[in-house]
Design a protein. Structure first.
Length: 326
């Protein structure tokens, strides 16, 4: 493995964890706003209050006594997602894509029983997946039917777009695609693929899995080079608007693209990871410094912020222009 010094990484514009925590998260994210994003149910309610689209909430289980009614709660549901409200990193999420007899089909095609789901929710309530191991509650959400453009770019799960928003400006984005090895979850640590997406065009820049570059999805063999995200302007504006909604200056906005309802907020993250830089092939620091250097007497509107980011942080156009004629 090639070792690179912290000084060299900073020269390359790569944001490190210590710098992220001290210079951006601590500085721009007031702690009293954390309960809004650390609890997915709170995020959903806040988004609904601000007329921002989110996946449908099917139910909430807050205590053991409600587990006695689990079978009746699931009786009319063929497709759904079970989530810990205070979970992080995709831990504890169970995706059910259909039924087969008395079993429930997971995203990878395997079957689980009602007892398995009961056990999963029981673990959620006990805080097995929550921040700090504190007692939690479980949400039942409608399963997203993802846009057909992603049909060959994911396997067994819904892809989502992570957009880093700084002071209201979308500064970097990636698509997270599920694989068989990630069990249908769009989590990079579990084997999902991170696809860097150009802010200006919505087109693919690079793709990585387990921190290694790849050209095609390992399960479908579909190459990422032709990928372009539809509704890109709407996605960026949705992410940018989360700045006012959440009160957080440095935030990761996770957005899904439903084939019927369009872009929807899945969740917000006050401590977004740094792998997005590897997926995009570029560091965050220069873009963050650029925004910090701007002198503004008032906060520009969402469309103005998005247009500015697209003009100043686009890589696809510059790469295309510098490529030799074909």
């Amino acid at each position: 493995m090639l070792w690179v010094s912290p000084k060299r990484l900073r020269e390359l514009g790569v944001l490190g964890m210590n710098s992220r925590n001290v210079e951006y998260i601590s500085r721009y994210n007031p702690r009293h706003f954390y309960p809004v994003v650390d609890n997915k149910l709170n995020t959903k309610k806040l988004a609904q209050a601000n007329n921002i689209a989110v996946p449908e909430l099917l139910g909430v289980i807050e205590g053991q006594w409600q587990l006695r009614k689990l079978e009746s709660m699931l009786a009319s549901l063929d497709k759904f997602v079970v989530k810990p409200t205070r979970g992080s990193g995709g831990k504890g999420i169970l995706v059910i894509t259909g039924r087969e007899g008395n079993g429930y089909k997971k995203a990878n095609g395997s079957l689980v029983s009602l007892r398995d789901i009961h056990r999963q929710i029981n673990n959620i309530l006990g805080g097995l997946y929550s921040l700090g191991g504190k007692p939690d509650s479980a949400m039942l959400e409608a399963l997203i039917e993802y846009d057909e453009v992603f049909e060959h770019y994911t396997c067994g799960g819904v892809p989502d777009v992570r957009v880093i928003v700084f002071k209201g400006y979308p500064v970097m984005a990636m698509l997270r695609c599920a694989t068989k090895s990630s069990d249908g979850r769009a989590n990079l640590h579990q084997g999902a693929i991170g696809v860097g997406i150009d802010i200006g065009s919505g087109r693919c820049l690079n793709a990585v899995q387990h921190d290694h570059p790849i050209a095609a999805h390992p399960d479908t063999e579909k190459e990422f080079s032709a990928l372009a995200i539809p509704y890109w302007q709407s996605i960026l504006e949705l992410a940018s608007g989360c700045y006012e909604m959440s009160g957080l200056g440095y935030i990761g906005c996770d957005i899904v693209l439903d084939k019927t309802h369009g872009p929807m907020i899945l969740e917000l993250n006050a401590r977004p990871g740094l792998a997005i830089q590897l997926a995009s092939g570029v560091g965050l620091l220069d873009r963050l410094h650029h925004i910090e250097s701007m002198e503004e007497t008032s906060t520009p509107s969402v469309p103005v912020r998005v247009n500015y980011a697209q003009q100043h942080f686009s890589l696809h156009q510059s790469r295309t222009e510098s490529a030799p004629p074909g």
